[in-house]
Design a protein around this ligand. Structure first.
Ligand code: G
Ligand code: G
Ligand code: NA
Ligand code: MN
Length: 255
């Protein structure tokens, strides 16, 4: 990966931080979890989204190091929330394909959780179908099983956009499917999207999986999803991804 000076500095000065977006239970309205999303705290340009640095998550040298440092920060934020009596549910973090080239990934990450004394069942790993397909089957399933043994939940992200091989739901220890936001957009006016969302929710129910809708931007979408039996929702309608300090305030103020 050819890096500009800015990016090299971002890595050496550890300028990547987790932002958090809440996930809301559609029947109770409560926050049941958060997704951690990486941001670059640029010295002049302010907060930058992965659109300008996503390539680092595909780099075999950089991704493991940056990923682990982010996970360390996530675990510390959670420790602080636990100490403050702040209920946040479960926190999900994303892992890319190249991060799965590390046979000890799960054990390394779990060691970090243990170090800060945050229970492992407070975490969730989000992977896309790309991760399941790119990686060596034996290695990826070993790592996911290892997480799973420690009650770290496994979510299949962007569900429906990849190869939609339902076989993934059988071959890997998936607990949770996240319906991609492209199907949630226009849910109220596009019958095809509504049919796809309904089918995925039905699939989730049949297989005993938790189902989250991503990219919920309107109250209409949220109501429709609730009627359809979707468990939880995430999106701008509720909140945008925000820094840990702001999330502390949101958690305290949420009804
Ligand atoms: O956060 P949005 O806010 O812009 O995220 C864009 C993309 O970057 C998403 O597909 C998300 O999965 C990915 N992403 C965000 N944070 C991380 C991270 O910490 N690790 C990995 N591997 N991907 C991430
Ligand atoms: O990991 P994943 O690809 O699912 O990352 C989620 C992405 O979706 C992030 O870039 C996040 O900032 C973005 N996002 C979260 N909520 C919404 C939303 O309501 N609308 C849109 N357009 N994007 C969202
Ligand atoms: Na994700
Ligand atoms: Mn997604």
């Amino acid at each position: 990966l050819a890096l500009g000076r800015d990016m090299r500095e971002a890595i050496s000065h550890d300028q990547f931080v987790p932002f958090y977006q809440p996930k809301i239970c559609l029947s109770s309205g409560r926050i049941v979890g958060l997704e951690a999303l990486a941001r670059w705290q640029h010295k002049d340009k302010g907060i930058l989204t992965p659109s300008v640095f996503e390539a680092v998550f595909d780099d075999p040298e950089l991704a493991p190091a940056i990923g682990k440092r982010l996970i360390g920060k996530i675990a510390s934020d959670m420790r602080r929330w636990l100490d403050g009596g702040c209920e946040f549910g479960r926190v999900a973090f994303n892992l890319s394909s190249v991060e799965f080239n590390q046979p000890n990934l799960a054990d390394d990450v779990i060691r970090v959780f243990n170090l800060v004394k945050v229970p492992t069942d407070r975490f969730e790993v989000e992977v896309t179908e790309k991760v399941l397909l790119d990686g060596q089957f034996g290695l990826v399933s070993h790592i996911l099983e290892r997480f799973h043994e420690h009650d770290v939940r496994i979510a299949l992200d962007d569900f429906g956009t990849g190869y939609a091989s339902l076989i993934h739901l059988k071959r890997f220890p998936v607990d949770h499917i996240k319906i991609d936001r492209s199907f949630v957009a226009d849910l109220e006016h596009d019958d095809d999207n509504a049919a796809i969302v309904a089918a995925v929710i039905g699939l989730g129910h049949s297989l005993g999986l938790h189902v989250t809708a991503e990219g919920v931007e309107t109250e209409g979408q949220a109501l429709r999803l609730r009627t359809m039996g979707c468990h939880s929702a995430q999106g701008y309608f509720y909140a945008r991804p925000m820094p840990a300090a702001q999330m502390t305030e949101l958690l305290a103020a949420w009804p």
